[in-house]
Design a protein around this ligand. Structure first.
Ligand code: GLN
Length: 212
């Protein structure tokens, strides 16, 4: 049984939830999803999806709840889409605090403002899928260990480093469960290789938090 957490703060939480459940069905895998607001919610999860939204706001929530330290320490696989990609990065062009789990620098709003949102066919893993881009970031610099999964107009839009996958676009807004299946496969592989470190939930994650 695989349990995938979906960070429940902003963005397409419900859509990610549905797409993950559909991906489990397509793959004929036993799995469930958990909406994650607190450390207690994330504790049983084998992986986490961080959806789009406003990365600075989501970042503050992660810090406030202690989820930032916890998910880094647990080393659970993470799929970050759009704002989620920004949060996985080490640096952004806006100098905000991020999780810093991937050795990448990202440029926020790299394709322009909301009114320049667009859809485009993209190639990922030798497969053509539809990408929905809404104030999307792109990856500007990558470390040696980072694999580029896809590019569009000479901009890097999908990357993988170990158990972390970051993509600029919104797979949850299409009918194609390909990206969610890719993430489930990653969790399966990772589970075979690594026993997840599930730290006990403790006050140390909640330091600086006046309203847990
Ligand atoms: N531009 C937003 C950010 O950087 C992300 C937009 C999105 O997630 N659709 O936070």
């Amino acid at each position: 049984m695989i349990n995938i957490g979906i960070l429940n703060l902003q963005g397409d939480v419900e859509e990610h939830d549905i797409m993950t459940s559909n991906a489990f069905k397509n793959m004929k895998i036993k799995g469930k999803t958990t909406l994650v607001n607190t450390l207690k919610d994330v504790y049983p999860c084998d992986g986490l999806i961080i959806s789009g939204g406003e990365s600075s706001t989501i970042g503050m929530h992660l810090e406030k709840t202690g989820l930032d330290k916890y998910i880094a320490e647990s080393s659970m696989p993470i799929l970050g889409t759009c704002a989620g990609l920004v949060l996985l990065s080490r640096n952004t062009n806006k100098n905000q605090s991020t999780l810093g789990l991937m050795d990448i620098s990202v440029k926020r709003n790299a394709f322009g403002r909301q009114k320049f949102s667009f859809e485009s066919e993209i190639e990922l893993d030798k497969k053509i899928i539809n990408g929905v881009f809404i104030r999307a970031p792109c990856v500007e610099k990558i470390g040696n260990n980072v694999k580029i999964l896809s590019e569009l107009d000479q901009k890097i839009i999908a990357v993988k480093e170990n158990q972390y996958i970051g993509i600029s676009f919104h797979p949850e807004l299409t009918d194609d469960t390909y990206i969610h299946e890719l993430f489930i496969k990653e969790i399966q592989d990772y589970k075979k290789k690594v026993r997840l470190n599930k730290p006990k939930i403790s006050q140390k994650y909640l330091l600086n938090n006046k309203n847990p």
